[in-house]
Design a protein around this ligand. Structure first.
Ligand code: DON
Length: 581
């Protein structure tokens, strides 16, 4: 037994250490990456390097975002793409903000029931595999829209590093290989995809192998030379339309010719004095993050503590209510009226709080709106430049390697974004989302997304750039990174690494990452009526990429500041990197 004297000495030591020692990581995360002039955080280190190079050569954050977008299409083929779609949130150095929607549009020949059989039942795989799953891609038009309006560099300069990586190839590391795991069978089904993403013997790539993408290099070169017409009006569109027609798809040349980027007003709200700017419809992300934050503002999360049963209960109930709105009320703004003002209204959040029992789990079925019938891969990157321009981009092929198809000769992987529509009201999609009529398929319509590229400012200055992949969980992953920083005082690395919980109304379950909740907390939550389930599928827990400005955490910022830019790539990302200069 320790002597009382020793015990009091150790107590004194603990007090002394906790008072005087520099604050160490809460979650045993590595330190954020620190820099003074610019920061680029992406899911693949070569893309981060390319982004930083653009910044060093005097390009702004928008230039870097375009270069990174093209680079990830080469070095992160599971999600980086020009055959999918995405969103870009921009906060300029003068505080103005904008949002670019370059997500997929449904082909003109799409119909509401295209994934159903004669009996009205969903045909498995139709909305996720092959050409019928493909929406009209937007990134080439989106990047060019961003560059020509807000960038400073010529397209060729921004796309050249990606062309070189595609032509010369790059050596795959362990982190790169992880995203190919389990995809061999799907990729083997499409000869053009297999020829690029599998070895000549049909085996998957291993660490140390070189991935060369000659056709993609040629497609990128023609875009560098001819601009967006190369993709939307020229040989690339022709090749995709031909492959689609040959393989049972419905893409037409007119779909490509009509494609347009939308510049939209971002969603805005305020959480405990922080100004949040995020994605508007056709994303649900910004609205639902704001709705959940507004509800949570009424609870003293900081006092209740990270991971406590009370904090988690409040989060789950806020998520439960907000996902009802997500899944039933939202859709493409060109086709449906979205209740934007209501969902970001603090008094609506107050009404919801009044319905939340502090001691008892809600019941999802009871929140079913009248008339509602029930029956990977994305990537996010965050950039900030020396002038303080901040860019958050989330773009996706939807599932890992999208629809698993490449139009012969193009080297371009195509998305399966059509699965984000409501293929059949009340029937879960790839991410278990049970959605309604507002998100039904219509020609030219954009499927509802959860992608949430988000930029936060405080007192008129940039504070945080954040976002993540993760399907339906993107919203809660981004939300949790925000409250981990603002309420729980974590540094940006801890905030993106901390284990997560998720609820999406239906199924009525609380999903937790392994170790997210202690056995005691789980018991308390179960006693309240929550059905808590550990979800070990790490892929769907996202891969956040964040930047905090002025210090690595709120305490450091408030104490006068640390490094200007603090970058953190989620430890769940195998090959990612935060790079600054
Ligand atoms: O737009 C969306 O919400 C989905 N297509 C995102 C898919 C995704 O995040 C997959 N990655 N894990």
């Amino acid at each position: 037994m320790r002597s009382p004297c020793l015990k009091s000495l150790s107590i004194t030591l603990i007090v002394a250490l906790s008072t005087f020692a520099p604050r160490q990581g809460l979650a045993a995360s590595p330190e954020p990456v620190k820099a003074e002039h610019g920061m680029v955080v992406t899911a693949q280190h070569l893309a981060s390097d390319i982004g930083v190079e653009v910044l060093k050569k005097g390009g702004n954050a928008i230039d870097a975002a375009v270069a990174v977008g093209y680079a990830l299409a080469v070095v992160y083929p599971t999600a980086g793409n020009i055959g999918g779609g995405g969103f870009m949130t921009i906060r300029f150095k003068d505080g103005k903000t904008t949002f670019l929607d370059f997500r997929e549009r449904a082909p003109l020949a799409a119909t509401k029931t295209m994934y159903l059989d004669d009996k009205g039942d969903l045909v498995k795989g139709l909305s996720t595999e092959g050409y019928l799953a493909v929406g009209v891609p937007g990134p080439v038009m989106g990047f060019e829209f961003a560059r020509s309006r807000y960038g400073t560099k010529p397209l060729k300069e921004l796309i050249d590093p990606a062309i070189e990586l595609a032509r010369e190839g790059f050596v795959l590391q362990q982190g790169d290989i992880e995203s190919f795991d389990g995809e061999t069978e799907r990729l083997a089904r499409d000869p053009a995809a297999a020829a690029i993403f599998l070895k000549p013997d049909g085996k998957p790539f291993a660490a140390g192998d070189r991935l060369v993408q000659t056709d993609l290099a040629a497609s990128l070169s023609s875009i560098a030379e001819k601009g967006t017409d190369a993709f939307y009006k020229g040989a690339i569109a022709d090749a995709i339309v031909k492959a689609s027609a040959d393989k049972g798809g419905i893409l037409a040349k007119e779909d490509f010719e009509r494609y347009q980027v939308r510049e939209l007003e971002p969603v805005k709200c305020n959480y405990r004095g922080y100004d949040i700017v995020s994605s508007p419809p056709p994303s649900s992300g910004g609205l639902i993050i704001c709705e959940i934050l507004n509800i949570l503002e009424g609870y003293p999360l900081s006092y209740l503590g990270y991971g406590s049963a009370e904090t988690v209960h409040a989060m789950i109930e806020a998520m439960r209510h907000a996902y009802v709105d997500r899944n039933t009320a939202l859709g493409d703004p060109a086709f449906v009226e979205n209740p934007v003002a209501k969902l970001v209204d603090k008094s609506y959040a107050k009404e919801i709080r009044a319905k939340i029992d502090p001691f008892k789990a809600g019941v999802s079925q009871e929140l079913m709106p009248a008339g509602f019938t029930e029956s990977k891969e994305t990537t996010h990157y965050s950039i900030i430049d020396d002038e303080g321009n901040a860019v958050a981009v989330t773009y996706t092929l939807n599932g890992s390697f999208g629809a698993g198809v490449v139009a012969p000769g193009t080297g371009i992987l195509l998305n399966n974004e059509m699965d984000d529509f409501t293929a059949k009201p009340g029937t879960p999609n790839l991410y278990g989302l049970v959605q309604g009529e507002a998100n039904a398929i219509e020609p030219g319509k954009t499927p509802l997304s959860s992608m949430s590229p988000t930029i936060i400012s405080r007192d008129g200055k940039p504070f945080m750039v954040i976002g993540s992949p993760g399907g339906a969980r993107i919203i809660t992953i981004t939300l949790e990174a925000i409250i981990n920083v603002i309420d729980h005082g974590m540094n940006i690395q801890e905030a993106v690494d901390a284990p997560r919980v998720h609820h999406q109304w239906l199924p009525d379950k609380v999903f937790m990452e392994p170790y997210a909740l202690s056995p005691d907390t789980r018991k308390l939550l179960s006693a309240m009526g929550h059905d808590v389930q550990v979800d070990e599928n790490w892929m769907i827990w996202g891969q956040a990429a964040g930047i905090l400005v002025g210090g690595e955490n709120v305490a450091e910022i408030e104490a006068g500041g640390g490094a200007r830019y603090n970058g953190a790539v989620d430890s769940r990302i195998g090959a990612g990197a935060a790079r600054g200069y």
